[in-house]
Design a protein around this ligand. Structure first.
Ligand SMILES: [Mn+2]
Length: 336
């Protein structure tokens, strides 16, 4: 049977919703008799597609959603909104000279799923009205437009629990089941899947434990909240906890160590965005990281925790100095 390989940003609500919508679109509008092979992608040092892109894109059709561009002629569909989408300048020119009508990029889009939904409905006559709830939550989650730090941390709504579950890392088989369910049904149905419910209970318990550990450890200086969780197994932390604990936080830098990577997560307070903002994707770039201007990360192999800590220290210092030169001054507004 005809094969579509669908590569998507894994462990990410937006990546999954994008994959779900594209998969349905492809089988409804492009080629109904298709076997879809899903592949979750993660940002890492070096080229995530390996040295031979043509070999990575092995299927008849290869689509990438919510993840980096490749100039390989075997990449036939692409949609992304990451400002770090192009590894090299020539990749960007390659995309700009594309005339297939099957590639879409807009770094101003709050979510890839939202961008994909508008593009498929406007350019490819795909009815996305059934996905209005999906797209609403993808926009909220991927651009961190939560109503409050409490909404983002207390995780009462089912889509937010799905978000937390995805960030914790799931096996590819469950990711594929989730993509299929999200594409065919509601987010509520995806949330109700037995393997989802089974994993959620211990995850939410750990989440509350993480809040308490971060409460004890976070060091706030000049608006930068630094937390080192590298000696714990609390690597799937909710990135809004620092802003929930200390609303005056401008940037949060957190070191974590999981079995698969040492990581520095760098974010800016979405409820009180620093202005001017340090571009965090650019700040993480020299360490092999990337992401968005407002939230980015550096991921290293698991045995490079010390390197991650040194990178975190430099990033914290940079951000504290940046805070120093802001109009607010090092101590924030004067008391009145
Ligand atoms: Mn995204």
């Amino acid at each position: 049977m005809h094969k579509l390989q669908l590569l998507y940003h894994g462990n990410c609500f937006d990546g999954l919703v994008s994959a779900a919508i594209f998969s349905r679109f492809y089988r409804e509008k492009v080629r109904p008799q298709t076997e879809v092979v899903y592949r979750a992608m993660a940002h890492r040092r070096g080229d995530p597609y390996g040295t031979d892109h043509d070999a990575t894109f092995f299927a008849e059709d290869n689509a990438v959603m919510d993840f980096r561009y490749s100039p390989s002629p075997r990449l036939t569909w692409w949609c992304d909104h990451h400002i770090s989408a192009f590894l090299r300048a020539e990749d960007r020119s390659h995309f700009e000279s594309d005339t297939s009508g099957r590639k879409c990029f807009d770094p101003s889009a709050p979510s890839c799923a939202g961008l994909l939904g508008r593009w498929l409905s406007n350019e490819h006559r795909f009815d996305t009205r059934r996905y209005s709830d999906h797209l609403y939550w993808a926009d909220v989650i991927d651009s961190a437009r939560f109503a409050s730090p409490a909404q983002a941390v207390e995780l009462k709504e089912p889509p937010l629990q799905l978000m937390a579950l995805l960030e914790s890392g799931l096996p590819e088989s469950l990711l594929a089941e989730l993509i299929e369910t999200i594409g065919a049904k509601t987010l509520h149905d995806a949330h109700s899947l037995a393997p989802v419910q089974r994993r959620l209970a211990p995850l939410l318990e750990r989440h509350h434990q993480t809040i308490e550990v971060m409460r004890e450890r976070v060091r706030l200086g000049r608006g930068v909240a630094f937390t080192d969780l590298g000696d714990t197994d609390l690597y799937a932390f909710n990135k809004f906890i620092p802003y929930y604990l200390h609303p005056e936080t401008r940037y949060a830098v957190t070191v974590t160590a999981s079995p698969t990577r040492a990581k520095v997560s760098v974010g800016s307070n979405p409820f009180d965005r620093p202005d001017p903002l340090v571009n965090l994707a650019e700040l993480c770039g020299p360490y092999g990281g990337g992401g968005h201007a407002v939230v980015a990360a550096v991921s290293l192999p698991p045995d490079e925790l010390d390197t991650a800590r040194r990178a975190a220290e430099e990033i914290v210092n940079h951000l504290r100095n940046a805070s120093c030169t802001s109009p607010m001054g090092p101590a924030g507004p004067a008391d009145v």
